[in-house]
Design a protein around this ligand. Structure first.
Ligand code: AP5
Length: 300
């Protein structure tokens, strides 16, 4: 594709970098100093652009090459990483599905509940406050949760690999908290499970503190005695507390859903975990295919 007078422009999100392979015929003395800031990234795979061409797409860029009218630019776009939220009542299987999703799609798993439990374990002031609310099955106040989640989302690994946000947002103010920072998901997954099943799942849940793996005494028992002997139970995994957590979920779920109704996929979570994952996998595959098609049509 590249001709003799060619400049390779590698486009990565969020900024654009230039590789210094200029044509020996280039005349403009400042070509090697072309500013990054004069490019706005686009979603595209490989676009041949003439030097004076301006794409009409709203996320296109202008090429600042007034002295090199015959240049060809090859844009190598990297598909933007996925940004996914997973939600559902307590014990609906969010954590279990996140294990399977991250294994296949390589997203960074960000579980709001685990971030809070880490704060509690560190005995910080925020942790002490958070525990008071978690013991009552209530939402931890926004001033603790929003910044905590936002900071994790903006870490380089989440930005580079994409993220899977688990158990956030749980209220419209938390959703607005992310919007204020320009953080928008591609997909919102809602797991649906009948209430009597949820209580049974909570009471039987156990965690392996060594591997972080989630077990259930009946549905997903530990592989051997050694693991079984070290399993722990969460302080809020009692029948009494799960009822409070469920009440909080019902109070808030509609407000969150209305924020994301255009990108929501509802998944039947009352099925073996592999079958639940198959539904999620289908939605993610479809999303990725759609993106590929869109970037293809831009390139055409
Ligand atoms: P959090 O830790 O997020 O708890 P939760 O939302 O109640 O959800 P769980 O972690 O209990 O369940 P899960 O859906 O991940 O299910 P899992 O896969 O483990 O939050 C705890 C508290 O922190 C909240 O109450 C709140 O106080 C606070 N908090 C958290 N986020 C907040 C926020 N954004 N704002 C304010 N406060 C916040 O599965 C459960 C069990 O079922 C396991 O034993 C598993 O093996 C089993 N299981 C899973 N899938 C299946 C299946 N398909 N079939 C059979 N068994 C299954």
């Amino acid at each position: 594709m590249a001709s003799s007078s060619c400049l390779n422009v590698a486009i990565t999100q969020p900024c654009v970098s230039l590789s210094p392979s200029f044509s020996p015929n280039s005349k403009h003395p400042n070509q090697s100093l072309l500013p990054h800031s004069s490019f706005t990234p686009i979603h595209s795979s490989s676009l041949p652009l003439r030097s004076n061409q301006i794409l009409s797409h709203p996320r296109s860029y202008k090429l600042p090459l007034p002295y090199a009218p015959n240049f060809h630019v090859v844009a190598l776009a990297k598909v933007e990483p996925l940004k996914v939220m997973i939600s559902g009542p307590p014990a609906s299987g969010k954590g279990t599905q996140c294990e399977l999703i991250t294994k296949k799609y390589g997203l960074v798993h960000i579980p709001a509940g685990d971030l809070l439990r880490a704060e509690i374990a560190s005995a910080s002031e925020n942790g002490k406050r958070a525990k008071e609310y978690m013991e009552k099955g209530e939402l931890v106040p926004d001033e603790i949760v929003v910044m905590m989640v936002k900071e994790r989302l903006l870490q380089p690994d989440s930005q580079e690999k994409g993220w899977l946000l688990d158990g956030y947002p749980r209220s419209s103010s938390q959703a607005a908290g992310l919007e204020d920072f320009g953080i928008h998901p591609d997909l919102f997954i809602l797991l649906e499970v009948p209430e009597d099943i949820l209580v049974e799942r909570v009471v039987g849940r156990r965690l392996d503190p060594l591997t972080g793996k989630i077990y259930h005494l009946k549905y997903s028992p530990p592989e051997n005695e050694e693991i079984a002997s070290r399993l722990t139970q969460r302080f809020d995994d009692t029948e009494e507390k799960v009822k409070l957590r469920l009440h909080t979920h019902h109070q808030n779920v509609e407000a969150v859903l209305s924020k994301y109704k255009d990108i929501t996929v509802k998944v039947n979570g009352n099925a073996p975990k592999e079958n639940v994952f198959a539904q999620i996998d289908a939605a993610l595959t479809q999303l990725l295919e759609l993106r590929k098609e869109n970037s293809g049509s831009l390139a055409a």
